[in-house]
Design a protein around this ligand. Structure first.
Ligand SMILES: [Zn+2]
Ligand SMILES: [Zn+2]
Length: 265
């Protein structure tokens, strides 16, 4: 096996029903109920397991009225990943739905952009509107990891292992990064919240929680450049991902999808 080819999985762990208009700046003319899905992602390959984002736990779910469908740890187990042994966690950004479960990976190093850490601990958090998607507990936990020498900072684009790289995009959160993974089917880009839903990138629309609309829109171009094709971009919250890609194995339908395959178009 080549040393830069990886398997990639989307692991769904929660969902939330909401009005379609809540997903877009300027709303949506079809004001009906829809849902978003919450994921973490797993990269497996010759350099071990990289977990992308850590999701949220029961306590956070109750606080924000979300429904956990399968706890993150359970999804990892179903993929044969022992969270105690995971060495690398990539934190795409520090929003509450991506940066919780902070005790689940006791032996991991965390990969974070300089800008995101400065953002979530700096003056912008004095503004209620910008602070909404952050949890003080998550930020404290990450600061604790910094002092425990468990955080590796990145500034812009950096390769973490052959075939796995992170790229600063910003926009939705100031230091948001995406992850590019080389697979047997080309370069897959885990967009996380650089693109919440397929409709955002396909229609040039923007999710309402945003630090910079301009950087969000420019980010879509960056995702397109990094991915082998538009079909290789995996949005952060679209329920369609579980329908477009096959289950990782029988029994994991609507829960864990394998992303290093040609998606159904
Ligand atoms: Zn976010
Ligand atoms: Zn999110």
């Amino acid at each position: 096996m080549s040393d830069d080819i990886h398997e990639v999985y989307a692991v769904a762990y929660a969902s939330h029903g909401r009005m379609r208009s809540e997903n877009y700046v300027f709303g949506d003319p079809h004001d009906e109920m829809t849902s978003i899905t919450y994921y973490v992602w797993v990269i497996k390959g010759p350099h071990g397991v990289f977990v992308v984002d850590t999701g949220f736990d029961d306590v956070a779910a109750k606080e924000r009225a979300r429904t956990i469908t399968h706890p993150v740890g359970e999804g990892l187990q179903a993929l044969g990943v022992d969270s105690d042994k995971v060495q690398h966690v990539i934190a795409t950004h520090m929003h509450w739905d991506h940066a919780g479960n902070y005790d689940l990976f006791p032996n991991a190093r965390y990969h974070v952009q300089d800008t995101e850490m400065a953002y979530c601990t700096g003056r912008c958090m004095c503004h209620q509107m910008l602070r909404i998607p952050f949890s003080e507990r998550d930020v404290h936990a990450m600061v604790g990891k910094v002092f425990a020498y468990r955080v590796e900072f990145h500034d812009g684009s950096e390769e973490l292992a052959p075939g796995i790289s992170v790229h600063l995009v910003g926009g939705h959160s100031k230091g948001l990064q995406c992850v590019r993974v080389k697979t047997r089917c080309g370069h897959v880009v885990l967009a996380s919240d650089c693109c919440h839903l397929y409709s955002h990138i396909d229609e040039g629309r923007v999710f309402p929680i945003t630090y910079s609309i301009g950087d969000t829109l420019e980010g879509y171009r960056k995702l397109q450049k990094l991915a082998t094709s538009r079909q290789h971009i995996v949005p952060g919250h679209d329920p369609e991902v579980l329908k477009l890609y096959p289950a990782a194995r029988a029994g994991l339908e609507n829960w864990i999808a394998r992303l290093d395959v040609a998606p159904r178009v």
